[in-house]
Every structure is written in C-alpha cells, then in structure tokens.
Write a new protein. Structure first.
Length: 514
C-alpha cells in the first residue's frame, strides 16, 4: 500500500465524512483532502525529477497534511523542517537533504529567502496560501504515477538532534504502514460512537504517523496550530474529542495548570503518551484526574512510530495493584522483533539493562547521505536505538535511559531517569532533568536542573535529604540549578545536551551545593 491509498479508500467509502478540522474551525472531508493532496502531487510532478526532495517549513496547518500524502504520490520525498530551528541549523539540513523545492508558511518568508540564497539545490520556494492555491488549481485529482513501490522513501525526518547534528531518517511507505499495523494489532482500540482525534504535536515530528493511522481508520483529525494547555482543553470540550496523545511534559503542564479544574474533558476515552519517559508520580496524578484512559507507546523517528506498547488494562493494573508497572513502557508489539543486548551483542538476562535493538518492516530504510551512520546503526543486522532498557519476567520493558545520557561517575553508571523519579516525588518540584557535568576526580558528577512550583521554598538541601533516603551516594546530585524553564525540543523532549553545555563543569558552572 501507498500513503495516498488511505485517502483514495476513504474517498470511495466515506467521501463526505470529515477528515481534518483546523483549530479555527475550518474543516475538510475525505474527498476534499484526497482531491487537494492529489492536485498537489500532479503539480509537483510537472517540474523537477522523480525522487527530488521537497522540504516543508510550517507549523500545523492543513496544507502540511496535504503534503504528507501529495509529495510521496508525486514520487518525491517530503523533508520535514522543524520551524523552531535557527537559520544556520535549517541551512545545514536543507543542504544535506539537497532539497530542490521549499513549501513554506508566510510567517517564515524571511527564513525561506535565506534558505534559497544559501542552498544551491533549492531552486523553487512556494508560499502556502495564494501561491500554493494557484499551484494546485485546475490540476488533476488522481495520483500522477501508478508504478510507485511501497519501498520508495516517502518522508525524510531529521532526528531531533538531542545528542548532536540531526540525521535524515528515510521512511518508506512500507515503514509507515508497518508502524500503523503494529500499533493496531498490538493495542487495538475500542471504537467510539463519534470519534475525533486531537493532534497537538508539531506535524514535523514522527508523531504525525498517528494522523495517517487515524485516517486509515476513517477518523477525523483535529489539528492544534501549536500546543497550549488552554487551547488543548478548549478543543477537547468544544469538539468532544475522544482520543489524543501528549508528551509527558505536556501532561505535566496540564496537571500544573489551575485552569484544568474549569474544563469537563469527559469526552476523552483514550489518552496516549510517548516521546519520552514519564515520571511515575506524574502518571499517578494524571490517572487520578483523567481516569483509566491512558495508553503508552515507545518508539522513535527511525522506527516510524512505536514498537513497545502499554494498554489501558496494564495502566489500570499498575494504578490499582502493581505500582512498579507505572515505570514500564509496556510489552513488545506483535509485528516487530525487539531484543535487549549487551556491549557484545548478546541477549541480556531478565532484569539486566541492555540496549534496545529492533528488526522489522517499520525500521527506517537508512539515513540519507550517511553511510557511516548506517553501518554503525545496523551492525549485526539489527537497528541499534541507543536506548537502554530492562525486561521483567512478564515481558514488561522498562526504559532505563538514553545510552548517551548515562552518567559515569567514579566508574559507576548513573541513569538520570532513576534520579529524576526521586526528584519528581517531591511535592514542590514541577520539573526535573538530571545530567552529568565534568569533574577532574570522578570523571563526571551528577547534576540536576529543577523548576520549582509557584510559591515553593524548596532548597538544594531539601532535595539532597530526599535523595540520601532514596538513592545510593554516587547517584545523588552534587549541584542543583534552579531555573525558570527546562530546554526542550519541538516534541517536548528535554534537551540535556543544552544543559550539559550550559553547566559544563563542576568548577565553573556554579549552582547550589546541597
């Protein structure tokens, strides 16, 4: 199957049904979304070459979804650009991708001009709005090519770059369908009477595969232009949203917003979370507020979605009788092969931490223009995720941490997530991020960035007393940095790379000693 087959099927079966709803209330049926997407495909096929790279720079607007389907239908590859990146970062990505055409939202016109001037391959820039409408006007409403293969790359998404220069993950039609099927088989959902799915993530994020998945099921998708707690709550109540997904940081923001008590939010029957690990205390509070409606998916850009899933039933069990499962990511999905391996590539024993490696149809076809990275990532025939986890006797997987975020202090391994779980248990901590800072004697010391709740009087000594009770001595933070906001990327993932750079060494960075 090809991505645009989703729209063709739904046009035939439910053409007048709503497919897409914008935050401002505008809506598109499946027939309209299909026709506009295929008109875009036909327009793009009239210039350039097959397999050209078409970049898009925009926030969440309907034309972005049209590009999801229309660019691959033109046998081009859609390159997602994160609109929060600085111009030099975007120049490196667009140049690396050798993009030939740029679709851009009018508010990014200045950036688009700099990209065209700075990237020799970029010969055409099309503004969304009047120029875009003129491009697709009077075009045919069917896919221009019939000989496409599901192995053709459809999307190129540059990794979030939390550990360095982003790499372009090439995702084929088959990769994306395999991800959708794995989610549906591994964690089937109960059909809602009047389904409506709210998408709050940036469309330039891999979470966009859930838009495809909802459309595959014939469900309408409501787009948030950009996530805010008030906007999310207002849309849930106004549109009677039945399903949505959030990053753990978004859930925490909602729980900390006093306005949450002013909204009913009773239409929600399913609330997924992912993008990063969720502290157990935050999950407990979320279940208490929203009820037993939570699911979890663990995956990454390179996997076109999720490979580990935790169902509503598992969450109910965790909340009522097995609190240790609040820290679990779930069980391996049915349609992907997942192992935990040690440094020698050998399978880890039950309870032993190891790197998650994956094999299956949803694993990316490779990194664009990075043969070195492909050799490293696919060594031994398995894709190496860089995430460390352990598995219990029931098959539940627990994410320990990012392999590259691990702190080595005095030859002891410290996994930041374990320390963060303890810090989050303090009533006056709103957010916490643990990272390593250089130390001449120990190699690295544990440090913590803390966002306190409004009106809190918490001190480094208070947090140290908590950690002394709960953690081994070498895991205790030796510096606490009380800051107004923890840096995050566009998907809500904490940028520990920025924290490490900001507070580079134990001697120079200051901070509060416990």
């Amino acid at each position: 199957m090809l991505l645009h087959d989703i729209l063709a099927f739904n046009k035939r079966r439910r053409g007048r049904a709503p497919a897409l709803v914008a935050q401002d209330g505008r809506s598109w049926t499946f027939a309209e979304l299909h026709d506009r997407s295929m008109s875009l495909a036909c327009a793009l096929s009239r210039f350039g070459e097959r397999e050209d790279h078409i970049a898009i720079l925009a926030d969440n607007q309907p034309e972005y979804v049209e590009a999801y389907y229309g660019v691959p239908a033109a046998q081009r590859r859609l390159v997602f650009l994160n609109y929060r990146l600085a111009v030099p970062e975007l120049l490196r990505i667009v140049s690396d991708a050798s993009a030939t055409t740029l679709l851009y939202a009018p508010q990014y016109a200045d950036t688009a001009e700099k990209l065209v001037a700075g990237v020799s391959t970029l010969t055409r820039a099309i503004a969304l709005g009047a120029e875009y409408e003129a491009l697709i006007e009077d075009q045919p409403r069917e896919a221009p090519f019939t000989e496409l293969s599901d192995r053709d790359p459809a999307w190129i998404i540059y990794t979030s770059g939390t550990t360095g220069m982003p790499k372009g993950a090439m995702l084929s039609h088959r990769n994306l369908f395999a991800s959708m099927f794995n989610a549906q088989v591994s964690m089937p959902s109960e059909p809602a009477a009047n389904p409506c799915y709210l998408f709050p993530f940036p469309l330039c994020h891999i979470a966009g595969f859930s838009v495809l998945a909802q459309h595959l099921g014939g469900n309408p998708v409501a787009l948030m232009t950009a996530f805010t707690t008030t906007g999310w709550m207002e849309m849930v109540d106004r549109l009677k949203v039945t399903g949505t997904a959030l990053a753990p940081t978004m859930i925490n923001m909602l729980l900390n917003d006093p306005a949450l008590a002013c909204y009913e939010l009773r239409s929600l029957t399913s609330l997924g979370y992912g993008a990063s690990s969720i502290p157990a205390e935050v999950l407990r509070r979320a279940i208490a507020r929203f009820g037993p409606i939570f699911t979890q998916g663990f995956g990454m850009t390179e996997l076109a979605g999720n490979v580990i899933f935790m169902s509503k039933a598992d969450h109910v069990r965790a909340d009522r009788e097995a609190p240790h499962l609040l820290r679990a990511a779930g069980k391996v999905g049915a349609l992907a092969s997942v192992r935990l391996v040690d440094e020698n590539g050998e399978d880890c024993a039950i309870g032993q931490p190891g790197e998650i490696v994956v094999r299956g149809d949803q694993v990316l076809t490779g990194y664009w223009n990075r043969p070195d990275a492909n050799v490293e990532a696919f060594r031994g025939g398995w894709f190496h995720t860089g995430d460390v986890a352990q598995m219990d006797a029931e098959g539940f997987v627990y994410i320990v941490d990012r392999k590259k975020d691990m702190i080595v202090s005095g030859a002891e391994n410290v996994y930041p997530r374990e320390v963060e779980e303890v810090l989050f248990s303090h009533a006056e901590v709103a957010e916490a991020a643990v990272f390593g800072i250089a130390d001449e004697h120990w190699g690295e010391r544990v440090a913590a960035a803390i966002v306190a709740r409004p009106g809190a009087t918490i001190t480094a000594a208070d947090l140290d007393a908590l950690c002394r009770r709960e953690l081994a001595g070498y895991k205790r933070p030796r510096r606490y940095f009380f800051i107004p906001e923890i840096p995050k990327n566009v998907s809500g993932k904490v940028l520990k790379r920025e924290l490490r750079a900001r507070y580079a060494s134990d001697a120079a960075s200051g901070g509060d000693r416990p």
